[in-house]
Design a protein around this ligand. Structure first.
Ligand SMILES: *Cc1c(COP(=O)(O)O)cnc(C)c1O
Ligand SMILES: [Zn+2]
Length: 415
């Protein structure tokens, strides 16, 4: 079972007992003081193995329980989260840039149709372990719909803050799951600050990105699965879209922990893909010194069609930059046009329909493949959200249907 050894500040390294702290390191503040969950890896290495895992019939992300911050199975929801498919498209990879392998991991197949379910599943359990009754978060849309869905499977109530511009399908998800929903007149960054204040004022448990140390634990399970799906011979490069920087931090942490357990013999390079109109993490990565600890943060006014990664004030930027440095990865930025092209190409070439942020990972693959940088490489792309969440964006590149009379002659004339 997962036993948290400590929560460690990413900036000053101070270790806290799980019972003594809720969110972030008081000495380093909200932005730089995000905490990381540390386990007793020696004990895990002694008591768990790849073989034991192979024989475990559990078909959710909870098959990785010894590496998750949950004591036992009491509060694990019946919802099937994780264990999403990893599809091989070898010929396509060869065609777009001589890739040795192309794997598309479809996380749009989670219960509420995004990668965020991995984090919500964990946090909802932590809330119940702590005896909380209300959970809250701010979100561009998916974290909220995910939290609402997972809260719906428990006795917890969810109170949600999303920007007024969140796509309609995501707002419908929130409401149908029974959350109390506030559409904030402002950006995601404004909603984030309001949710934080509300959590403190009313004593709600806060699932907002980066602030809650247990989110990244759920988010790392995509990497654990990918490694297992590759038979522990991990891909050379893994692409994922970046907004706040939590998903990419989780993916990097997952690979690092597998390396620590000696289950894999090297780390994949992880490439974060950002939208050009919202790329403060990529910019900080470029500005920050290769070896130094200081991450140079400059917030921006964000704008992109990929609403889930439209984040001007990324909350997990310190972790994201540090982790990607450590595994030799990097960042690439793509335009909205490239994102929408990627969305259409992914759907047409693989049958996987992604929302814009999900397709952003594939747009990044295509961009570097075209530049010849992925030749001979085994590449994976994390598709983080389902296309049905934002059909308005898909329709911009989908083309239009042909309307005809209901007769075979009319059809012949059109063909
Ligand atoms: C949240 C999200 C991301 C990015 O995750 P961050 O932790 O914000 O970097 C990417 N794609 C989708 C679909 C998301 O919902
Ligand atoms: Zn600190």
């Amino acid at each position: 079972m997962g036993e948290v050894k400590a929560l460690r500040c990413v900036t000053c390294g101070t270790e806290y007992d799980e019972r003594s702290i809720n969110y972030t390191c008081p000495a380093c503040g909200l932005r730089r003081g995000t905490l990381e969950v540390i386990y007793d890896y020696d004990r895990i290495e002694r008591t768990w193995s790849r073989n034991a895992l192979a024989n475990d019939p559990e078909r959710t992300m909870w098959r990785f329980l010894p590496l998750l911050p949950v004591r036992d199975r009491t509060y694990i929801q019946p919802l099937r989260v994780g264990c999403t498919p990893a599809y091989r498209f070898t010929a396509l990879g060869e065609r777009i840039g001589g890739l040795a392998e192309l794997v598309i991991k479809d996380d749009g197949q989670n219960p509420t149709a995004s990668y965020k379910d991995r984090a919500s599943s964990v946090v909802v359990i932590k809330a119940q372990e702590r005896g909380e009754s209300v959970v809250t978060c701010a979100s561009t849309g998916n974290a909220a719909s995910s939290l609402s869905g997972f809260a719906a499977a428990t006795p917890l109530e969810a109170v949600i803050f999303v920007p007024r511009t969140a796509p309609e399908a995501k707002v419908a998800q929130l409401l149908i799951y029974g959350a109390r929903v506030f559409l904030v007149r402002g950006s995601y960054d404004d909603a984030y600050d309001l949710a934080s204040e509300a959590a403190e004022a009313f004593g709600w448990y806060n699932r907002s990105a980066a602030m809650n140390p247990f989110l990244v634990e759920g988010k790392k399970t995509g990497a654990l699965e990918l490694a297992e799906q590759f038979g522990w011979n991990v891909p050379d490069v893994v692409f994922v879209a970046v907004g706040d920087g939590s998903v990419i931090s989780g993916i990097c942490k997952g690979f690092e922990e597998l390396r620590r357990l000696n289950w894999i013999d090297r780390l994949p390079r992880v490439i974060g893909v950002q939208a050009e109109g919202s790329c403060p993490v990529a910019a900080a990565f470029e500005r920050s010194p290769e070896t130094g600890d200081e991450v140079d943060i400059v917030d921006v006014e964000a704008e992109t069609v990929a609403d889930s990664i439209c984040v001007g004030k990324p909350r997990d930027i310190v972790k994201a930059v540090r982790y990607v440095r450590r595994n030799g990865g990097g960042f690439v930025c793509v335009t909205d046009a490239e994102i929408l092209d990627g969305l259409a190409a992914l759907a047409r070439e693989t049958g996987v329909f992604a929302e814009p942020a999900g397709a952003t990972a594939y747009a990044g693959v295509k961009k570097l493949a075209l530049q010849g940088e992925l030749a001979g490489k085994r590449v994976a792309a994390m598709i983080t959200g389902n296309g049905l969440k934002d059909i308005a964006s898909a329709r911009r590149v989908a083309g239009s249907p042909t309307e005809i009379d209901a007769s075979i002659e009319a059809l012949r004339r059109e063909l």
